[in-house]
Design a protein around this ligand. Structure first.
Ligand code: SF4
Ligand code: SF4
Ligand code: SF4
Length: 170
């Protein structure tokens, strides 16, 4: 099965995109399926983001970089765009949800709760595992994919996974 994870950790950055890299993550509310057709690469969304997480990526198209911070879902990127790239009527800004991988310190029996402390949605819970150290799990229903936990994790253990594409009007 193809791994569709969006690895935006430092190791992923250092590897570059030569090998089977996942599709870049576009700003929230954007029409992911038609993005490169509709976007003129003007840079307005990147310039408008108060968190500094929208950067020019491959080909000059905007990409989200969670290493710089989290998305507050302020909508500035969508509102600044002069083209029909964004759909603010979409049911959700995007379908991302966090996953925690095997490099997690807690899974390796080192006490850490940085992701839980960073999560504004209280979507990360800890439960005792064999060995006595509590390990994290993400509640998909509560996770908004904001990326706060990714930047907070000292072990590059967090990735964001896209779910089914949101249906857009036109
Ligand atoms: S919604 Fe706001 S914080 Fe999130 S990417 Fe757009 S401008 Fe940046
Ligand atoms: S912050 Fe990272 S290392 Fe720490 S518990 Fe969360 S996922 Fe594991
Ligand atoms: S992506 Fe955001 S909402 Fe989801 S678990 Fe991480 S910090 Fe919480």
């Amino acid at each position: 099965m193809v791994d569709e994870s969006v690895d935006l950790g430092r190791r992923g950055f250092l590897r570059g995109r030569r090998r089977a890299e996942p599709a870049p993550l576009r700003p929230p509310w954007s029409r992911m399926d038609r993005f490169t057709d509709l976007c003129t690469r003007c840079g307005a969304c990147a310039d408008s983001c108060p968190e500094g997480i929208v950067r020019r990526g491959d080909g000059g198209f905007p990409e989200i970089d969670f290493r710089q911070g989290e998305c507050s879902f302020c909508g500035a990127c969508a509102d600044s765009c002069p083209e029909p790239v964004f759909d603010r009527t979409a049911a959700r800004p995007w379908t991302l949800a966090a996953r925690i991988g095997p490099s997690c310190l807690a899974i390796n029996r080192v006490v850490c709760r940085s992701c839980r402390d960073a999560c504004p949605e209280s979507a990360i819970r800890f439960a005792l595992a064999p060995g006595g150290v509590a390990v994290p799990t993400v509640e998909d229903g509560a996770c908004t994919g904001c990326g706060a936990c990714l930047a907070a994790c000292p072990a590059d253990a967090v990735t964001l996974h896209p779910g089914p594409e949101t249906t857009h009007a036109l």
